[in-house]
Every structure is written in structure tokens, then in C-alpha cells.
Design a protein around this ligand. Structure first.
Ligand code: AP5
Length: 227
């Protein structure tokens, strides 16, 4: 599995990447986690990128690209969660993969309206011990995860709107970029968490089939009927 996940904040990229990585053994490369780990470690790089993260701005492309390449080293299979987010990042990834003689299997685009995303982010909590992502009401922590459960600094309401605006301006156009490469898999992110996981896994299994799988009504482009 070599896939990347594109989607607005709160669409479920992190949730699905954790589940897909557990199901397939692929390495989960989450740029947001890399950024937060660097900030938490208080490194010079962490101090440089903290302001971008706290304001909900994108970290500069050259910094993110080098963090991703470092984390991808030695991994045969990977799930890129939140990368690329700009055309420059997508081109840098293509160049690196081209040099290594490989390519992505699919760019999975999560689609959901902004009002749903704001509600999801407001209720999001992450287990400080296990790193698993939950929602206070929609996906509460199980009894065997002791927590504590923390709210992310960038999930404040004012930041959320700003981050969504950046997504629509900088990242959403990448859907066209990957559609032109015949790699785009659109997923309805309003479906229940288990349904989204199953949809992605089945679509990847069916990759290359010309037949439209009827159990995947929410997928399009290469994987389903053109609308
Ligand atoms: P990052 O950590 O990647 O944050 P994000 O893109 O803003 O995405 P989120 O983590 O907010 O959302 P998600 O889609 O993963 O949703 P989740 O699964 O948690 O990036 C943080 C920062 O790092 C950026 O602002 C930037 O500064 C920097 N950065 C990162 N990558 C960068 C890059 N490439 N370039 C430059 N800068 C970069 O789910 C959300 C909630 O919804 C959870 O509570 C979950 O339980 C719930 N939920 C999930 N799925 C469902 C469902 N199907 N139904 C109901 N609830 C659901």
C-alpha cells in the first residue's frame, strides 16, 4: 500500500490512517504528528514551526518535504496523512518517488461539508498515551484506553475556520492534480468510521478493475462510474 490522504481538517484522515496502518502494516506518516512532536521536543526546528502550527498556517514546503522524506526512509508501504497539501509538495513527492522508481497507488480524497467538520474538531480528543483519536460523543474512548485525553491547541473555533479556508485554497486543487494522474479516489467522509475504512480497503483491492463495484457508491473517478 502506497497511498496519500487528502481532506479538510476533521474529515477523518488521521482516524482512517491509524486504522489502515493497523490493518495493513503500512507505515503511517502523519505530517501533523511530525510537526507536533518536533514542537513538543523543543528543538530549534520545533521553535521555528510552532507559530505556523498554532496559527493554523501551513509550515513552509521545504521543511515539511524534508520531514516526510526522513520519515519515509526504509518503508516499503506507507500512508501519507496530510501530505501533500500544496502543489509544490505534490511535485516534490512525485520527483522523489520517480527517482526511486515507484508511484502512489491512490490519492484518497475525503469529502465532507465544513459545518460537520467544525463539530467534529470541537469534540475531538486524542489519547496522550496511545495517540488514538476519539470524539467525545461520536467515537468515545473505550474502557481499555486510560487516557488522559487532550484537545489540540489548533482546534480552537477561530483557528478551525482559518485552517479550512487554507485547505480550500491550497489543498483542494490537488484533487484535480491526482485525477489527471488517474489516481484519485473520492470518499464520502460522512459515512460511519467503519464504513469509510471498508470502502477504502475494498477500493484498493479492486484497483485496476474496470467494473464499477456496486458496494462503493461513494467513490468516483478511477474507481467508480464517472458522474
Ligand atoms: P494535521 O495534524 O494534519 O491537522 P489537519 O489537516 O488540520 O487535520 P486534522 O488532524 O485536524 O483532521 P483529520 O482529517 O485527521 O481528522 P481526524 O481523523 O482527527 O496538521 C496540523 C498542522 O501541521 C497544520 O495546521 C500545519 O500547520 C502543519 N502541517 C501538517 N501537514 C502539513 C503539510 N503537508 N504542509 C504544511 N504544514 C503542514 O477526525 C476528526 C474528528 O472527527 C475526531 O474526533 C474523529 O473521532 C471524528 N471522526 C473521524 N471520522 C469520522 C466519521 N467518519 N464519522 C464521525 N466522526 C468521525
Amino acid at each position: 500500500m502506497k497511498i496519500l490522504l487528502i481532506g479538510p481538517q476533521g474529515a477523518g484522515k488521521g482516524t482512517q490512517a491509524q486504522r489502515l496502518a493497523r490493518a495493513t502494516g503500512a507505515r503511517h506518516v502523519a505530517t501533523g504528528d511530525l510537526v507536533r512532536a518536533e514542537i513538543k521536543a523543543g528543538t530549534p526546528l520545533g521553535r521555528t514551526i510552532k507559530d505556523y502550527n498554532d496559527r493554523g498556517e501551513l509550515v513552509p514546503d521545504d521543511i515539511i518535504v524534508s520531514m516526510v522524506m526522513e520519515r519515509m526512509k526504509g518503508a516499503g508501504c506507507w500512508i501519507l496523512d496530510g501530505f501533500p497539501r500544496t502543489r509544490a509538495q505534490a511535485q516534490a513527492l512525485d520527483a522523489a518517488l520517480g527517482a526511486a522508481g515507484c508511484e502512489i497507488d491512490a490519492a484518497v480524497a475525503f469529502e465532507a461539508p465544513d459545518d460537520v467538520l467544525v463539530e467534529r474538531l470541537s469534540g475531538r480528543r486524542t489519547s496522550e498515551v496511545t495517540g488514538v483519536i476519539y470524539h467525545l460523543t461520536g467515537n468515545p474512548p473505550p474502557a481499555d484506553d486510560p487516557g488522559p485525553f487532550v484537545q489540540r491547541d489548533d482546534d480552537k473555533p477561530a483557528n478551525i475556520q482559518h485552517r479550512l479556508a487554507i485547505y480550500h485554497r491550497e489543498t483542494e486543487p490537488l484533487k484535480d492534480y491526482y485525477a489527471r494522474q488517474d489516481k484519485l479516489l473520492r470518499v464520502d467522509a460522512l459515512q460511519p468510521i467503519d464504513t469509510v475504512t471498508g470502502t477504502i480497503l475494498r477500493a484498493l483491492e479492486n484497483q485496476g478493475d474496470q467494473t464499477v463495484p456496486t458496494e462503493l457508491p461513494q467513490t468516483r473517478d478511477r474507481y467508480a462510474a464517472a458522474s
